[in-house]
Design a protein around this ligand. Sequence first.
Ligand code: IVH
Length: 686
Amino acid sequence: MTTLPADEALSLSSRTEYEVTLQRLRWASRAYYGDGDSSLDDATYDQLRRAALDWEAEHPDDVAANSPTGQVGDGAAPIGDIAHTTRLLSLDNVFAPDGLVAWGASLQRRLGRAPVGGFTVEPKLDGAAIAARYRAGRLVQVITRGDGTHGEDVSHVIGTIDGLPETLPVSATIEVRGEVLFTQAQFETANEVRSAHGAQVFANPRNGAAGTLRAKDRPYRLQMTFWAYGAVELDAEAFLPVGGTHAEVLAAVADAGVQTTAATPAGLHVVASLAQAQEKVDEIAALRPSLPFGIDGVVIKVNDAAEQEAAGFGSRFPHWAIAFKLPAIERQTVLEDVVWEVGRTGVLAPTAVLTPVEIDGSTVSRATLHNPSDIRRRDLHLGDTVTVYKAGDIIPRVQAAVVHRRPEGAKEVPLPEACPNCGGEIDKQQERWRCAKGTACALPALIEYAAGREMLDIDGLGKTYVKALVESGDVADVADLFSLSLDQLTAASGSAKRAAKLAEQIEAAKSRPLSRIFCALGVLGTGRSMSRRIARHFGDFDAIRQADATAMQAVEGIGTEKAPVIVEQVAALAPVIDKLAAAGVNMTEPQESAEASAQGPLSGKVVVVTGKMTGPLEGRGRSEMNALIEKAGGRPGSSVSAKTAILVAASSASGKPSSKAVKAQELGVEVLAPEAFAELVADYLA
Ligand code: IVH
C-alpha cells in the first residue's frame, strides 16, 4: 500500500517517473472499477494525478497519448454498450477560495460579462454516477457513467435504491442523473450482509456502491441511496421547464418524486455571487462530519440555462460548473494492534492502534472500534490495511479492511478470553462485552485513585474500605462518596469512630480545587498535570462541559487526537458530575492560583526534574515537583530537549552527572541544583 502525507506536493523529475506514475494511476483505477477496492487511497491517488498533470503541463509535447489524466474515469471505467442521451461529464476541480475566484474570472471571459443568473451550491456526493431513465413514470433503465458516452446497463439495481422510485406519481418521461451511494448506516448493514454471506467487506461506502452497481448475480440485495443533480429530456418528450434554471430543473425532478441534492441535509442553495457561493461552501464543509453520507466536495453551478449554454463544455467537463474539493478525510493505513480497556462500568472497549497517518492536517494513530461484533463485521485482521475515516473533531473510526491487501497468514483480531483488567470472566451476552464483575472490576481501583492524596485526599479511605463500599453497592461512582451516611461508612470501616473521621475527611474533600475533582474522575488521558491545565484554562466545570473538541484543543498539550476523546468522556460523565454538584462539591478552580502561576517565576518555561530532591525540596516526589512547577507558572517536562528551559538536577551518590544533565549541557539548558531551584520558587513552597 502506498500512502503519502496528504498535503505534500509531488513533483516528477523524469519521463520515466512520469510513466511509472501513469502506470500506478492505471492500476489503481482499474482495481477501483474492477472489484471496487483501489490500492491507493483518494488522497494519494489525487497527489499522483496532480503530479502527472503538472508534468504534462510542463512537457506538453511529451504527454503520453493514452494518459489516464485525459480520459473520463481516468480511462479505466468499464464502458458498456448503452449510448448516453448526451455525454455524462465529469467536473473540473478547485481546492481553495482563490481557485474559485479564478474559475469565476474564466467564466466571465467566456460569457463576455459576469453571469447575472446567480449560482447554485450543492454537495458533491461521494458515490457513483448513474443515469436513470423513466418512461411514462416507470423506471426502465439504469446506466453507469462508463466513458461518458457509453455506460453499462445496471438495471438490476432497480428497486434497491432509496430516492429512485420504480414508479413516479406522474407520467414523466425523463432521464435523471445523479449519484448512488451507501449512507454510513447502509454501509454498515451492507458489510454485515456480506460477512454473513462469506463475501469480502467493502473498504468504504464509495467503492461499495461502484461494486454493487456492477454486481449482477449476488444472492443478496444491498440497499443504496440516490440523489439527482441533473436531468435531461428523453425521447424528445417535453417534461422539464423550458429554459429552466438548474434549481428549477431539480425542483421539477423532485416534484416528479425523485430525490435531489436539495433534499440532502447540505441542501441546494441559490446565491447571487461567487463570494456568497464561497460562504455556502464553507457552511457545507462544516456540516460534513455530521452528514450521514460521504461528500468529497461542493459543486458550484451557473444557475441560468442560457448562461450555461454560453459558457459551454470542454472535452471532459462543463465550463459552467466547478467542484470545490474538500480534503480527503479517509485514508488507508495499517492496523497494528487492538488494545482493550475496561471502563468504569466494566465495559470492554477496544481501540485500534494504527500506523500513524495524516488525515486532514492531523496525525491519526488510534481509532475507535466499538465492540467485538463490530470488529468481526469489519473483518479485521492484525496487519490489515484498513480505511480510516476522520472528519472535523470526531474520533477517527476504522471503516473496514482492504481485504485484497491482507498480508499472508494474517490472523483475525483476537478477542479477549478474560477481562483485561482483573483477569476474571467476561459477560458476552450483549454486543458490548463487559467484565462479569461489572462496575466492581474497574471501580475499586478508580475510587482508590480518586481518594488519593493528590486528588480528593480522603485520608484513611484505603483499599479495604473502598472494596467494602463498592461490594455493598453503596459506591457506584466517585460522586457516591459524598452522599455516604455514617451507617454506611461504619459498615465499611467496621467502626463508628473511623466512620466519623472518614466523614470529616469527605466533607473537607468537597472544597478541593476543581483540578483535583476533575482528576478524580479518571478521564482517560488526563493525569494530574493535564487536569490542572484543563481546570485553569476553563475555570469551572460548566465551561469544561460546554467545550467542544476545538475548544478543548486550546488547552496546552491537548491535540486533535486527544480532544474529542476527553470531550466524549466528559459528556458520558454528566450524571456523575451532576451528582457531585448536587452534593455541594466545589466546581471551580481558584483564580488566584491561575493568576499567580501566570505571573510566577517559571511562567511559560518547561522544567525537567531528575534525581532525588535534596535540601528544602527533600522528600518531594515527581508529581509533587510537577505541581510545584505548575504553581510557579511553569510546565513540567519529562525529557530534556531544545524546548527545556531549566533542568533541576540532584547530584547522584556517585557524583557522576546524569544523562539528562549531560544533554542539558550540550543543549545549553540551564541546570539548577534542588537548593537553587527552591530559592527560585520560594514563594510557592508552602
Ligand atoms: S454535476 C455536467 N453535481 O462528481 C455536470 N456532479 O467528479 C456533471 N457528483 O461525475 C456533474 N455530486 O458523478 C454534479 N452535485 C453534483 C455532484 C456530482 C457528485 C459527481 C458526478 C461527477 C463527479 C465529478
